[in-house]
Unconditional design. Structure first.
Length: 115
């Protein structure tokens, strides 16, 4: 499972990471959110039932090694590609995370609204 990245003419880099989590989905997402917020921020996310989540993370390149190391402590993650450890360039990380104990049939109850 390899990590890839693309450099755009503006100099902004986009990294594409893949991973999977073995632990309970809610606690894993909570831990990931806390780790990301210490290093950068979540710009967007999409849930795919209880099977997967896709995150768009904005982060300075110099903080990516720390982010990757901390995330790797709780999920299985693609290898970190070469990065500039002193670079302050804003980067985007697209993280696609699959949950191994999912059912693919997430049901969300919508409360009845009077009227």
């Amino acid at each position: 499972m390899g990590s890839t990245f693309k450099v755009f003419p503006s100099g902004r880099k986009h990294f594409y990471w893949k991973g999977y989590g073995d632990a309970e989905r809610h606690s894993t997402i909570y831990q990931i959110e806390n780790i990301i917020n210490q290093n950068g921020y979540i710009d967007d996310f999409h849930m795919f039932s209880d099977v997967a989540i896709s995150l768009k993370i904005n982060i300075e390149e110099r903080f990516m090694a720390s982010l990757h190391r901390e995330l790797s402590d709780i999920i299985h993650l693609t290898e970190l590609p070469h990065i500039e450890l002193q670079s302050g360039v804003e980067c985007t990380v697209f993280l696609n995370l699959t949950f191994t104990h999912s059912t693919g049939n997430l049901m969300i109850e919508v409360p009845a609204v009077p009227g």
